[in-house]
Ligand binder design. Structure first.
Ligand code: ADP
Ligand code: ZN
Ligand code: MG
Length: 482
């Protein structure tokens, strides 16, 4: 339990999620990462005079799907607004966003903490907006800044939570859950490092027991889930120290410095811009009929919580295992395909969590890149189940499978890893092991039956674990007792 010296943190998040669309929100330009600077632009997203925006229907679909998934309400009529400010990466001089009538209202995110405790956070709103461009700063003697406008007009949703979050750990868990839901929906790719998902965190503290909100600060530039938690820990502790020493929290915007692990003021409330929002005159109201919402509702895929509950009920795996397996849809599908090959579900679950995920981690690959197909892994696990190969050999086979994508049968044949069931050669091994261990044979005969395990072990060692254990046992018994 984290102690805050009689204070309670209060945290709210503002999350920007980049929508997975082919084209931008108000023009036909392609959305892509890493294209040559300023190659994905047109008069609309460059804000040239007279160019008119046209709303991308897929962006609206994705926003609606996110709102419904978190149990929010889709507003029948929503309004785009201009948010005016000057910045070199914003050629229009304003961003098209939504202000007092956003497309989504309410909803909530439930999430689980490391301790297993369930928490939830209400959402205030979800709105659609366009992204700005990017300034690329270079350092050194000839320091300069260049502007890349490819990102201008990239569709985003902004998700604003209520100040329901009570610890930095909760903030991280809430954001991770939100990311997971958006990924399940294919609304957002969710990679914070690539900027698909960006989070600003607002934090204040108050004496435990108080229900008044304290003065908050806003943390920006949080580039990872860990960064969100670290920055909030830093800021919450700073505010508490300040208050305990008779100081006062100023409402400021802080920039998190990941390298130095400190947050530094960017601007104060007085310096914060007045955006002079007004309704966007070039776009009509966005009107969404019931039919639209019904269609979106029926297209919602199974979400993480529902999938986990089903895995526990249908496959008899533990809650923790279900959580790991349902981390993302591809992994959950992979598991279900392996089980679909008539493999015991717990065996499949164990193998995927240890061997598959372990190897992928080592290789720096995702499940989508896994060369060992569910079909081939299923075949391999069936060979273990039926006793045709040992678990140890299966691991050797799997190492090659994930390297080459070959089938279990092909690897076993090529490398001669199949089980030895040929009695003649096993009999030769038995004779050799007994001859080499005559002292132990004597002890066995004098009344030490536990030595049977030793003889079996010697034969397994000699055959690289490939000897058929039941035949070995039978031959040994016959040789020792017959
Ligand atoms: P703004 O209009 O300045 O963006 P909002 O009212 O939209 O402010 O709130 C932004 C975020 O800050 C929300 O996530 C909200 O929950 C959170 N928030 C508001 N007040 C506080 C507070 N006193 N302490 C912590 N978080 C707060
Ligand atoms: Zn464009
Ligand atoms: Mg706000």
């Amino acid at each position: 339990m984290v102690s805050y010296n009689g204070f309670e943190p209060v945290i709210g998040l503002e999350v920007h999620a980049q929508l997975q669309t082919e084209s931008k929100i108000f023009c036909g330009c392609r959305v892509a990462y890493g294209a040559p600077p300023n190659s994905l632009t047109c008069p609309v997203c460059l804000g040239l005079p007279g160019a008119l925006p046209v709303l991308n229907q897929t962006a609206v679909d994705k926003a609606v799907s996110a709102i419904l998934a978190v149990g929010g309400e889709v507003r029948e009529r929503s309004v785009f607004a201009r948010k005016n400010y000057f910045y070199p990466d914003l050629p229009k001089g304003y961003q098209i966003s939504q202000y007092d009538l956003p497309i989504g209202k309410g909803g909530q995110v439930s999430f689980r903490l490391q301790s297993g405790e369930e928490k939830s956070c209400r959402l205030n709103r979800i709105h659609l907006e366009e992204d700005a461009g990017k300034s690329l700063h270079s350092q050194g003697d000839e320091a300069h800044t260049r502007v890349d406008l490819n990102r201008c007009g990239t569709p985003l949703i902004e998700i604003v939570t209520e100040p329901d979050i009570r610890t930095p750990e909760e903030a991280r868990a809430c954001l991770q859950k939100l990311k997971q839901i958006l990924q399940y929906l294919e609304v957002c790719a969710g990679d914070m490092e690539k900027g698909h998902l960006r989070c600003d965190a607002n934090a204040s503290v108050r004496p435990v027991g108080s229900d008044k909100l304290g003065t908050r600060t806003e943390l920006k530039n949080l580039n990872s889930f860990k960064g969100v938690q670290k920055a909030l820990e830093y800021e919450v502790n700073r505010q508490i120290d300040l208050l305990r020493n008779g100081g006062k929290v100023e409402q400021v915007t802080l920039l998190w410095d990941e390298n130095r692990q400190v947050a530094e003021p960017m601007r104060t409330k007085e310096e914060s811009p007045d955006y002079r929002y007004f309704p966007e005159p070039d776009l009509p109201e966005l009107v969404l009929g019931n039919r639209w919402i019904t269609a979106a509702t029926s297209a919602t895929p199974e979400l993480p919580d529902a999938k986990q509950a089903r895995f526990v009920a249908q496959y008899g795996v533990r809650q923790y295992d279900a959580e790991v397996l349902c981390d993302n849809r591809s992994l959950a599908d992979y598991f279900e395909q392996v089980v679909g090959e008539s493999v015991d579900s717990r065996t499949a679950s164990n193998w995927i969590q240890t061997e598959v995920l372990g190897s992928l981690r080592e290789r720096g690959e995702s499940i989508g890149e896994c060369k060992a197909s569910p079909l081939h892994l299923g075949d391999l696990l069936k060979l273990v189940e039926s006793g045709k190969i040992s678990g140890k050999i299966a691991k050797t086979v799997f190492a090659e499978m994930i390297d080459t994508g070959k089938s279990a049968g092909e690897i076993i044949d090529k490398r001669g890893l199949g089980q030895i069931s040929d009695e003649k050669s096993l009999q030769a091994e038995v004779d050799r092991v007994l001859a080499a261990n005559s002292a132990n044979v004597g002890k066995y005969k004098a009344g030490k039956p536990a030595l049977m395990g030793f003889f079996v072990g010697e034969i397994m060692k000699a055959t690289g674990g490939r000897a058929n254990p039941s035949i070995v046992n039978r031959l040994l018994k016959k040789a020792l007792e017959g």
